[in-house]
Design a protein around this ligand. Sequence first.
Ligand SMILES: NC(=O)c1ccc[n+]([C@@H]2O[C@H](COP(=O)([O-])OP(=O)(O)OC[C@H]3O[C@@H](n4cnc5c(N)ncnc54)[C@H](O)[C@@H]3O)[C@@H](O)[C@H]2O)c1
Length: 424
Amino acid sequence: MGVIVLINYDVVIIGTGRVGLPLGLCLAELGLRVIGIDKNKNIIEKVNENQMPFHEPKFNSLIKDVEFNVVNDYTVISKSKNIIISVGTPLLPHIEADISQIKDVLKEAMKYLVEFQNVILRSTVAPKTTEYIRNYLEKNTKFKVGENLFLSFCPERIVEGKAYEELRKLPQIIGVEDENSFEKANEIFSLLTKKTFRTNYLSAELVKLFNNANRYINFAIGNQFAIIAENFNENIHEILKMANYDYPRDRISSPGFTAGSCLRKDFGLISESIAFPDILLSSWKINEYMPKFLVDNLLNNTKVQNKKVIILGYTFKQDSDDVRDSLTPKLIRYIERELPDDIIVYEPNIDLTDEESLTDEDDNLPLFDLLKKGDIIFITVPHSEFRLKNEKIFEAAKESAYFVDVWNVMNRDKIIFKKLDELN
Ligand SMILES: NC(=O)c1ccc[n+]([C@@H]2O[C@H](COP(=O)([O-])OP(=O)(O)OC[C@H]3O[C@@H](n4cnc5c(N)ncnc54)[C@H](O)[C@@H]3O)[C@@H](O)[C@H]2O)c1
């Protein structure tokens, strides 16, 4: 007699972070029975109280409207038709993919796999990771992929802040090595998006990595040009305005802090397989140099010692509450080496008391009160609030204050300028 397994869920999502949670909620909105597994207590508590653990537009209301819970219990796997893995895949300092979270998931999950389940890998991975997963599952379970277990790599290509739209708009790449696995993955993703592409594991892995690497390299070009312009004592923002104005070909990127938990590490998932210095490694070097570039250039104009430094922005990108792999902490470390009197950070999208290093009592003062105190004002993230209030920010600053504005939020077309010089 066969074993009867009760299937209660259509999908279980393992890893309900910035990628897994929006996907789970969107699938639940489509009427699927979805449950999440995560080991982070804060995420479990918040989601089960119908609150988003992070900011992502449109999801504050969606999470209240749909049935979706998160548990720290792998046994639910055996009750689901589909299993989506969306845990983190960081980069080790050696420029080596860290697949420990995926390995932990496999170790736990394989205990509960049942025949004919469909496993979808959603995390961004280094080439050949899906093949490793297939081999691991075939070695450690009684199943054979394509016959009585299905496996695909279906990369997530959304950007934070646009998850709701892009989950529906972006074509879904489906990397498979057999027809059955394609049909299973396609069944789910064609509910969400109009277009799916079938390819093999490796090409699907490369599509995702090339999309991100392309962005990373493009931002590095903008940063490289800013460094070159500065070496010639010329102004990058002014040059870019002319270069890009009504020019019908390849827009040059503006300089800025290029970071975040995807761009800053995905290059390494490719670069680890290349023996020689490559364009990815060079882009990494240029993008990572930007905090030092700003501090070194500031030092050509003024000393930092005994000055109050105000930093506007702390997250890795505009209008986000995600601080992972932001370059601002790196900038702060360079500023600290120059012995400022004080460093005060203003970040409108997060509660800075959560950040250990930012305990200064002034951190929560309203923006304009803070600005009055600053000798040097860095704008490290082009938040909408800063763009909208740029003239008021300028007015509130002391006349003797220096601005360091890599994003041109202040619209002065200068990376470093003194307020007094702009008044004259
Ligand atoms: N954030 C993005 O915009 C984005 C976009 C596209 C792709 N990606 C990729 O998607 C993947 C996930 O990224 P993210 O930003 O959602 O990361 P995240 O850190 O926000 O989410 C990962 C979640 O997995 C959980 N987790 C880790 N190990 C676990 C385990 N053994 N069992 C259960 N849960 C576990 C963590 O607690 C966390 O909540 C990464 O590979 C990333 O590169 C991210």
